[in-house]
Design a protein around this ligand. Structure first.
Ligand SMILES: [Zn+2]
Ligand SMILES: [Zn+2]
Ligand SMILES: [Zn+2]
Ligand SMILES: [Zn+2]
Length: 303
């Protein structure tokens, strides 16, 4: 994980600057505080996850070995950072000579760093990693961009069409709801009218029943009415109280000697009686004037 020895110009490198784990020049060095041995931070961290001893002298480091790692002394770092080396991208054409201390700074701006990005020099608008520049074709790039734009436009069109469709569906639903509301209002009105009609019929029927009842009472009242008659005659509607050998006997009453006495009027085709017979003082008597019980119907009788 260190810096390759073959990149360094002024060899051989002092053993102090070599990591005993990766055998490269120290990269981001850290020091075990108890023994002061120095390693690349990545190398020693990896090692100490499974061990508590110094890889160089085998001595126990302690309970939490990672907490025993420290930054090496400033003079040591200054010497290390001053070592001259080449850019790691020399194989891509970089011939810069740098130091350990300025390596990171250089790599960020190194023109051939394959991970560094920049705009296409031909102005097509593509942002390219250095590793992509050789394969880059502006026309192909622009064609891809156009296709993607077309796809995006189609997607937008589809979305808009979908939106229009949804709005249309909403509108149709609203219209349907309104029609349904109207239909229900009509039905309600119809039902109300039907109810009114039924009420009217009921009220008419009740009036008729009341009138019929009044008429019946009038008849009943009339039925008990007594109509004055005389000389054996009976008014029309006279009540037949019984019969005697096929001869009708009408119900009558006679006012006699301060009494009202029941009597009968006899109807005979062969013999005219000309009176009403009644019993008084233990014997049958007759009267030429009397009253006959009769039906008589008078409309508009006030009860
Ligand atoms: Zn190392
Ligand atoms: Zn050690
Ligand atoms: Zn470089
Ligand atoms: Zn281009």
């Amino acid at each position: 994980m260190g810096q390759k020895v073959n990149l360094f110009l002024n060899g051989p490198i002092d053993n102090e600057f070599i990591c005993s784990l990766c055998r490269d020049v120290l990269q981001d060095p850290v020091m075990i505080s108890s023994c002061e041995h120095v390693f690349c931070v990545v190398c020693i961290t990896n090692r100490l996850t499974g061990s508590k001893t110094c890889p160089k002298d085998g001595r126990n480091i302690g309970f939490r070995p990672l907490e025993q790692l420290k930054t090496p002394p400033r003079p040591f770092l200054n010497l290390l950072n001053g070592l001259r080396r080449r850019c790691q991208f020399q194989a891509f054409g970089c011939h810069a000579v740098i130091t350990v201390g300025t390596t990171k700074e250089h790599e960020e701006v190194c023109p051939v760093n394959p991970t560094r990005t920049r705009a296409c020099a031909s102005g097509c608008g593509a942002i390219l990693k250095n590793s992509e520049v050789a394969r880059h074709n502006c026309v192909e790039y622009l064609r891809t961009q156009l296709q993607q734009a077309q796809i995006a436009t189609r997607a937008a069109d589809t979305a808009r069409a979908q939106e229009v469709k949804q709005m249309k569906a909403k509108m149709e639903a609203a219209e349907k709801a309104k029609a349904q509301e109207q239909k229900m209002a009509n039905a309600q009105m119809k039902a109300e009218m039907e109810a009114m009609k039924q009420d009217l019929i009921k009220s008419v029927q009740e009036s008729v029943a009341t009138a019929a009842s009044a008429a019946a009472q009038a008849v009943a009242a009339a039925a008990v009415s007594w109509l004055a008659a005389s000389d054996g005659t009976v008014p029309s509607g006279a009540l037949v109280g019984g019969s005697e050998g096929g001869v009708k006997l009408y119900v009558a009453r006679v006012h006699h000697d301060g009494h009202v006495l029941p009597g009968k009027v006899v109807e005979s085709k062969f013999f005219k009686h000309n009176c009403c017979y009644f019993a008084f003082g233990g014997k049958e008597q007759s009267s030429r004037s009397y009253e006959v019980s009769a039906f008589f119907l008078v409309l508009g009788v006030d009860q």
